[in-house]
Design a protein around this ligand. Structure first.
Ligand code: IPM
Ligand code: MN
Length: 355
């Protein structure tokens, strides 16, 4: 099969983790007789430096002319510490999500048996955790009207949602729940926010279309708490953009490191795959970043964009074996011996060739 994949490395550790994901994907392609064509393009600070724009039209064209997008990370501290910066790398990511119509962000949280002691939570609390957040990605406070008033002394951001935006995301949640345990949790703040009341109302109205799915409605503050108390009590959770941003960071460390969790952003057209973690600028070019979240994002890509299940499973299997064998980057290694980003990739390639 011929696969055209846009590779957007982005900033910070992005290029290093993308390099390993490409290495592993190429090993898979060789083994299963596929032909991957990688189209590289710039985003984020790297694109601002070259084009003055964090998501230039050249990059957009590369994306829409590919079958899937593999994305690294975006962001540099020099922009974070400058509140008056005219363009920010993050804008590139938001514009890309909007222009590619990626309204649903699938963010799983699962644990690895071999890393169970690395979790900040007690073993018995996390045992069997396997949940998926569906985060709405192109609406809410991220995209609502924002600005300043009163000579800059008042600032506002608006959380705005339409029934249609909620419906398409919620339907995806119901469908996903039906493939799993028929449990769906709608996370909102309906005791305070009007947009949350529309979420709840819209999801409630869909319940009759999915009679087998058991829906619970929980307030976001309570979910934040229960996620660290009983993460294994959840299965599929749907929520709006900002709540999803915050809760998925919280959930991602349950596995032991943020460097382990992949994600997929879906819409009606092309899909994008990226690690949940950010650009980790302090680690740039040190060859210490954990590439597994990006490599597992590539596994999601093989499965979801190309329906190549064996290919995806072999990546996941290789990742499990390498973790069991202690091929760990320094975020999860406890002894003095840790492995470099590129060594983890090399080891996975070797495993893939052997299996
Ligand atoms: C994420 C990131 C982005 C977000 C930033 C970089 C704009 O934190 O993908 O979760 O807030 O959505
Ligand atoms: Mn985030």
């Amino acid at each position: 099969m011929k696969l055209k994949i846009a590779a957007l490395a982005g900033d910070g550790i992005g290029p290093e983790v993308i390099r390993e994901a490409i290495k592993v994907s190429n090993a898979i392609a060789k083994k299963f007789n596929h032909n991957i064509i990688w189209n590289h393009a710039l985003t984020g600070a790297a694109a601002i430096d070259k084009y003055g724009d964090p998501y230039p039209s050249d990059t957009h064209n590369v994306c829409i002319n590919s079958d899937a997008v593999l994305f690294g990370a975006i962001g540099l501290p020099k922009y974070d510490n400058n509140p008056s910066a005219k363009v920010r790398p993050e804008e590139g990511l938001l514009r890309m999500r909007k222009k590619l119509g990626l309204y649903a962000n699938v963010r799983p949280t699962f644990t690895f048996k071999s890393l169970i002691d690395k979790s900040p939570l007690k073993k018995e609390r996390i045992d069997g955790t396997d949940l998926i957040f569906l985060r709405e990605l192109t609406g809410g406070i991220y995209f609502g009207e924002k600005g300043r008033k009163d000579s800059g002394n008042i600032a506002y951001d608006t959380c705005i949602y339409s029934r249609d935006e909620i419906t398409r995301l919620a339907k995806m949640g119901f469908e996903l729940a039906m493939k799993r345990s028929n449990r769906l949790c709608c996370v909102d703040k309906a005791n305070v926010m009007e947009s949350s009341r529309l979420w709840r109302e819209t999801v409630q109205a869909l319940e009759t279309e999915y009679p087998n799915v058991n829906v619970s409605y929980e307030l976001v503050d309570a979910v934040a708490m229960r996620l660290v108390q009983w993460p294994n009590s959840y299965d599929v959770l749907i929520t709006e953009n900002l709540f999803g941003d915050i809760l998925t960071d919280e959930a991602s460390v349950i596995s032991g490191s943020m460097g382990l969790m992949p994600s997929a952003s879906l819409g009606d057209g092309i899909a994008l795959y990226e690690p949940i973690h950010g650009s980790f600028p302090q680690a740039t070019n040190k060859n210490i970043a954990n590439p597994l979240a990006t490599i597992l994002s590539a596994a999601m890509m093989f499965e979801m964009s190309f329906n190549l299940i064996n290919e995806s499973n072999l990546i996941k299997k290789a990742v499990n074996i390498s973790l069991e064998k202690g091929i760990l980057t320094e975020d999860i290694a406890d002894s003095k011996k840790s492995f470099k980003t590129s060594e983890v990739g090399d080891f996975l390639v070797k495993l893939i060739n052997e299996h």
